[in-house]
Design a protein around this ligand. Structure first.
Ligand SMILES: Nc1ncnc2c1ncn2[C@@H]1O[C@H](COP(=O)(O)OP(=O)(O)O)[C@@H](O)[C@H]1O
Ligand SMILES: [Mg+2]
Length: 238
């Protein structure tokens, strides 16, 4: 089987800013890949390109073997959490999920299923405007899981999570990958996701500077925090 996510020589400029330059990575089924790099490195741009929201200047970005626009059942193939600010504050979580399920032509019964999947039943009928960041993150993940996808693309989902929320997310992603799913998970804070990931993709100023298994990176560059700093922002250190 081919990789769940395959990005080859992806480049994207916004005016004079080079967001991605020759970025190349892949994520296999059954793995949680940490997509790490400092702010502005190009993580969100690459994820948005994968999901067909940004048109690249050159290169390829494939999910389940195809460009996003070519997927016959996108919501059943990939779930994404890119921007958790998009939910309407006066809606309840359950109403938000019903709207998304209806838009994607999914069965309403998925709403109850995803609410329990992310353990959000206790606040499902509260307005989103009253939610903590952690609750919003879980609602965003529930929305991504509506189509029961095999691939997840999560942009900084650990932002704003407290330690128990982080532990919960870790278990959730481990179970998802152990069931055969593939996860691309970005963060600019290495230690937040260090215990969650199998593989590491390091990106710096649009370049993918290191890819491979986390234990290989640790073996080559222990301690990890130093590797992260050494492999990214090289110029600022020298
Ligand atoms: N729509 C856009 N218009 C102009 N510049 C952008 C746009 N999106 C991203 N950029 C720029 O591209 C670079 C990479 O941004 P981004 O992908 O958001 O990085 P990261 O998610 O790693 O913090 C940054 O310099 C950012 O300012
Ligand atoms: Mg970003």
């Amino acid at each position: 089987m081919s990789a769940a996510i395959e990005v080859r020589a992806l480049s994207k400029r916004f005016g004079s800013v080079t967001a991605l330059e020759d970025a190349t990575l892949s994520v296999e089924y059954g793995r949680v890949a940490g997509f790490l790099g400092p702010n502005g490195a190009g993580k969100s741009t690459l994820m948005r390109t994968l999901l067909g929201l940004v048109r690249p200047d050159s290169g390829e970005a494939h999910i389940a073997g195809r460009a996003y626009a070519q997927l016959s059942a996108p919501a059943e193939t990939v779930g994404a959490v890119l921007d958790i600010a998009s939910a309407h504050p006066r809606m309840t979580a359950r109403a938000h999920l019903h709207t998304y399920a209806a838009l994607a032509g999914m069965d309403r019964s998925r709403v109850g299923a995803v609410l329990s999947l992310v353990a959000a039943q206790s606040y499902a009928d509260r307005r989103i405007g009253t939610f903590s960041t952690g609750m919003r993150q879980r609602l965003a993940l529930a929305t991504a899981m509506l189509g029961d996808p095999g691939i997840l693309v999560l942009d900084e989902p650990s932002n704003g999570l407290d330690p128990s929320g982080m532990a919960w997310l870790r278990t959730f992603l481990r179970d998802f990958a152990d069931a055969g799913g593939a996860v691309l998970l970005s963060s600019h804070v290495l230690h937040e996701i260090e215990h969650t990931i199998d593989d590491v993709i390091l990106i710096d100023r649009g370049h993918t500077v290191w890819t491979g298994a986390l234990d290989q990176l640790v073996a080559q560059h222990a301690p990890l925090e130093e590797a992260f700093l050494r492999l990214t922002q090289k110029e600022s250190l020298s």
